[in-house]
Design a protein around this ligand. Sequence first.
Ligand SMILES: Cc1cc2nc3c(=O)[nH]c(=O)nc-3n(C[C@H](O)[C@H](O)[C@H](O)COP(=O)(O)OP(=O)(O)OC[C@H]3O[C@@H](n4cnc5c(N)ncnc54)[C@H](O)[C@@H]3O)c2cc1C
Length: 299
Amino acid sequence: MSRPSSSAFRTRVTGLNALGTHVLRVTVTHPDLEHFGTVGLDTRIKLLLPRADGVVPGLGLFDDPPATIGEWYGRWRALPDDERNPLRTYTVRNVRPEAREIDIDFVLHGTSGPASAWAQDAQIGDELVVLGPDARSDEPYRGTAWHPEGARRVMLAGDETAAPAILAILESLPDDVAGDAFIEVPDCGDILEATVHPGLEVHWLPRAERECGAALLPAVERWAEAHLSARGGRVAEEDPTSDGILWEEPEGAPRETYAWIAGESGVVRDLRRLLVAHGIDKADVAFMGYWRRGHAEGA
Ligand SMILES: Cc1cc2nc3c(=O)[nH]c(=O)nc-3n(C[C@H](O)[C@H](O)[C@H](O)COP(=O)(O)OP(=O)(O)OC[C@H]3O[C@@H](n4cnc5c(N)ncnc54)[C@H](O)[C@@H]3O)c2cc1C
């Protein structure tokens, strides 16, 4: 049987670097990260965080052979509420197989969420179980939503949680792809370095105490007025998935312009409506609710 497309890595923290006022880069290592998949882009990973008592149950993830996704996830779901570890979704920002390291950029949004709280208190040597792509597998890892399918113009929009994905995508783009990225961040201290080619422009939008989306929505509207044909497309009524998180990642058809949106779910919905109202084809927009105001992930 071929190796599954994702594996669990029992990593240790080796680096903690404040990139911005609300952004902490956590570098983790494990010998097996030599085999971590290097697709990059917006590759999503899962973090199995320690419980308050520090325990991370094995769930069969480290057996030989390891439990399949269906098996470990079933076991995790079956645990009593007070024994079930928080499982959260993040983006792998950098992969350095030769150094057996990956970087994860955590937004520090307080201590109400276990992932943010974990990052805020993280110390060198702490354990973090990461579930992510395994390059030894023959099966594709279906953990990226970026499918531009040959588009020559791109527009990316998101908040601070989407910044790792947006920056990794921009760094990957060839010179003949032009575009704009709009990234709303809590304040000026969260503007990060971006190494992109001259055809791409990164617009950092400090929110500065305003509501989520207050800076992003008008900026994307101005972009839409300048770049879309204002055909007045039908405004879609999206079907939220069962847990209310919006998610659609169209792929397959060649396209001219491609838009990618991620961040707070309500803002993502408003951005998508705005683009569709300005005439973009729904099939040309990927939109992903990365978190939802007032709701813990999975709740
Ligand atoms: C594909 C994908 C990739 C992601 N990549 C990253 C990444 O690289 N870096 C990153 O920091 N996040 C990323 N996120 C978002 C992250 O998963 C959520 O923010 C998650 O809710 C954080 O978990 P938590 O335990 O801190 O908070 P939870 O327990 O999930 O939530 C607790 C409370 O905090 C609120 N909350 C959650 N996130 C935020 C926030 N950012 N700002 C303000 N309030 C918040 C919730 O609404 C809830 O009220 C990604 C999400 C997805 C789906």
